[in-house]
Design a protein around this ligand. Sequence first.
Ligand SMILES: C[S@@+](CC[C@H](N)C(=O)[O-])C[C@H]1O[C@@H](n2cnc3c(N)ncnc32)[C@H](O)[C@@H]1O
Length: 209
Amino acid sequence: MNKIHAYIESFLRFPNPALADMDAQYRTVERAQPEIGLQVGCFLSLLMEALPARHVLEFGACLGYSTLFLGEAVRRSGGRLTSIESDDEFFRITRENVARAGLEDFVNLVHGDASLIIEELPGPFDLILQDSAKPLYARMLEPCIARLRPRGILAADDALFRPMGIRKEMADPVHEYLERVFADPRLTTTILPIGDGLAISVKREGTGE
Ligand SMILES: C[S@@+](CC[C@H](N)C(=O)[O-])C[C@H]1O[C@@H](n2cnc3c(N)ncnc32)[C@H](O)[C@@H]1O
């Protein structure tokens, strides 16, 4: 981590003590994929407090790092998070971590393919976090926009995979997603250089629920 990011992180705090133990878990559980990280987690929490975000949807929990940030934020806003994870083992571990964090009453964990389950969720949502399989980012864009309320937020993690030199199979679908959201007149989008890059899109007013 460079000095600037270390300096920023020296100020940031986990909103829930259970999060402090999770770094080690991500290093030891085989196949665990990178978590969103402290800066992205804290930024999303801040955004949720400002909106405020009560109806929140997440794709790709892995072991539940992002789930705990979003879950803690909906606990504070009086809302509810729906988090969808397709992997059996990751789903089980996330469920344990959500329970350990005392967030069961605020998090609806769903086991399955987010690209199918989204069709059963009417919305509208205040905030959606996309952090599942990279080819799903562009494929799920239309259903996500349809389920966001006006001025709702669509966040997508790993936006900087291409300049980070991550392999093409992962980076190219994210790049395709970015081209789509930046060109979409229904959205206002930017990328924050925190974690592995966070694309943030706001759904403009007047584009329907
Ligand atoms: C990068 S990890 C998510 C990291 C997580 N957001 C965190 O902060 O720890 C991507 C996750 O998406 C899950 N995933 C992949 N395809 C999926 C799908 N179609 N539906 C739901 N989850 C999926 C993977 O099993 C994996 O756990």
